[in-house]
Design a protein around this ligand. Structure first.
Ligand code: GLU
Length: 497
């Protein structure tokens, strides 16, 4: 089995696009097949600088390795059927176009853009289906020769039969039939000498021995044209499977507004590749009717075309965030720490820790911070905001926050001073740990005639600068004795301020 992912480097590798890559990759890996990446760069006007690199980066980030295709260094390729850049295969397309002209399946068309535009407008006014009107289809031989010899600019069109119908046997959508007369003689070679998508993809799929074409549903209407091309060449077509559309939660076609941005933007927001992979696999495919968390190896083992749905897939960003949190919690602290580092060390303006925190961070300390926030993280990029107080030297907060409900500033000062007294004998020699800290502080509440909620609330604000934070004693353990004692002192000073 040989499948290909055939992106056009004309924009960002957005989610829908990469979903196509993923399904092809899973199908290849499931069946011990070959996964090909082919760059469809024949539309010279729409090429976007850097787009191919971004697409390959997205594949690499997700771990979708390819067996044949670009190596990432210029137009260099690996695999036995290259080049895998269509722009490098022009002679092949030209010889096939010639072949079709000779066999009468294609013809040169000299219609000017202005004429085509006039035809289009007339069709629109008469409410006729759009399409080429066949003006150059049967030019007299004499005129044809004259224009050809004169080197007049032209395109080459494929001659679609005027009668009959073409049926696509799709592995997802079963049979879909088109009347040939509605297909229109499409251009296969443009006046700039580049083939169109239709010709290039058919020629390449044939010569690259592609056995299955898995692509987005929007290409379904192109498929009857492709089948007629295969017929004209006398080739066996591959099997086709068109993947369902992806819609937003409001059932509108997925757009930027729904989060259909570049997959690399998800990487930069702190989604894990495994979570992304799991989530995207479920956009139009399912293992059964209930399982949502499916690991990479399980996907590789169970992916099948039979379970691709016809119905559109719904993109649910909350589900993705939930899934990401799930995959984060499944990581060991040792695995999560290094993944958080780049997010923490980013410049403050890009969402990293505040500028006053010195970089590089102490790796060992970051590892100790991990368990404090692991359960609360949905995105890696949330870590800096959740952990800033653990890295900052000085905290900035409203002193009034220290005074818990039912307390006065005086009782808060007293409580913080007493707590400090209880804590200072706990040296950093092994007793500055959560259980000892709790043992030292819990009885204090009653002695001060406070509830533990009041005492711990005041302490929480003093040591973290916030009212909601990870478990207090674990946090104090990680912060360490000196820093905690200093913060208690600062809190008292702020209240007396
Ligand atoms: N180049 C087309 C795209 O960008 C490929 C369509 C196909 O897979 O045939 O989606």
């Amino acid at each position: 089995m040989r499948v290909r992912y055939a992106p056009s480097p004309t924009g960002e590798p957005h989610l829908g696009n990469i979903r196509t890559a993923l399904f092809n990759w899973l199908f290849a890996r499931r069946n011990d097949g070959v996964f090909i990446v082919r760059i469809e760069d024949t539309d010279q006007e729409r090429l976007v600088h850097g787009a191919m690199e971004a697409i390959l980066d997205a594949l690499r980030w997700l771990g979708l390795d390819w067996d044949e295709g670009p190596t990432g260094a210029g137009t260099e390729c690996k695999g036995g059927y290259g080049s895998y850049f269509q722009s490098q295969r022009l002679p092949l397309y030209h010889s096939h176009v010639e072949q079709l002209i000779r066999s009468g399946h294609a013809y040169r068309c000299y219609c000017s853009p202005a004429r085509l535009e006039a035809v289009r407008l007339a069709q629109q006014q008469q409410k006729l289906p759009p399409g080429y009107d066949g003006h150059c289809r049967d030019l007299p031989a004499e005129e044809r020769r004259r224009r050809e010899e004169g080197g007049e600019p032209c395109v080459v069109r494929f001659r679609i039969p005027l009668d009959g119908a073409t049926t696509v046997h799709d592995l997802v959508r079963s049979e879909v039939t088109w009347e040939n007369r509605l297909l229109g003689d499409m251009v296969i070679l443009k006046s700039d000498g580049f083939p169109t998508y239709h010709l290039a993809s058919v020629v390449d799929d044939h010569h690259m021995h592609v056995s299955h074409v898995l692509r987005a549903e929007e290409w379904l209407p192109s498929t009857p044209r492709h089948l007629l091309l295969y017929q004209a060449f006398g080739w066996e077509p591959p099997r086709f499977a068109h993947l369902p559309m992806i819609l937003g939660a409001d059932r509108a076609k997925l757009s930027k507004r729904h989060g259909a941005t570049s997959v690399l933007a998800y990487r930069d927001d702190g989604y894990l590749p495994d979570a992304m992979l799991n989530f995207m696999a479920l956009l139009g495919w399912s293992l059964d009717d209930k399982t949502t968390v499916i690991s990479r190896p399980e996907l590789m083992q169970h992916f099948s075309l039979e379970r691709i749905t016809k119905a559109p897939a719904i993109f649910d960003k909350e589900k993705l965030a939930w899934m990401n949190g799930h995959y984060i919690r499944a990581l060991s602290d040792e695995a999560l720490g290094p993944k958080l580092l780049p997010f923490l060390e980013r410049p403050a303006e890009s969402g990293g820790l505040p500028a006053d925190v010195r970089r590089p961070l102490d790796r060992g300390y970051v590892l100790r911070v991990v368990p404090l926030v692991k359960d609360r993280l949905k995105l890696l990029s949330e870590a800096p905001a959740l952990t800033a107080f653990l890295f900052q030297e000085r905290l900035a907060y409203e002193p009034a926050l220290l005074v818990q409900k039912g307390m006065t500033a005086e009782s808060a000062v007293d409580a913080l001073r007493q707590a400090r007294l209880r804590l200072s004998p706990l040296a950093s020699d092994g007793r500055w740990t959560a259980p000892y800290l709790e043992e030292a502080l819990r009885p204090l509440a009653a002695e001060l005639k406070l509830t533990t909620g009041q005492l711990f609330g005041a302490l929480r604000v003093a040591v973290t600068g916030q009212t909601a934070a990870p478990p207090l004693f674990q946090t104090m353990e990680v912060l360490g004795r000196d820093r905690c004692l200093a913060r208690l002192e600062q809190a008292v000073a702020a209240l007396l301020g």
